[in-house]
Unconditional design. Structure first.
Length: 80
């Protein structure tokens, strides 16, 4: 069981877990999306490294749209 210095309501723990999970997922996607992009391009048989470095982040918005809600839900439910 958890031992805390003060009594923290379950709702506060759940909200903080949601925020932490969401921010962690954003950092993970932003860090690993370029690696995934290079891997996918290499497997497709095209030039693995695009002409502009910013092209490594093409599609990162869609990745965030898919991953962040899942992480928020998962870590929030885990605290309940």
């Amino acid at each position: 069981p958890r031992r805390l210095a003060r009594r923290v309501p379950d709702a506060e723990l759940a909200v903080s877990a949601c925020v932490a999970g969401g921010l962690t997922e954003v950092a993970r996607v932003l860090a690993l999306h370029p690696v995934s992009t290079v891997k996918a391009r290499a497997q497709a048989g095209v030039d693995a490294f695009p002409a502009r470095p910013t092209d490594l982040y093409a599609g990162v918005g869609r990745s965030l749209e898919a991953a962040v809600p899942y992480a928020v839900t998962y870590y929030g439910a885990r605290e309940l």
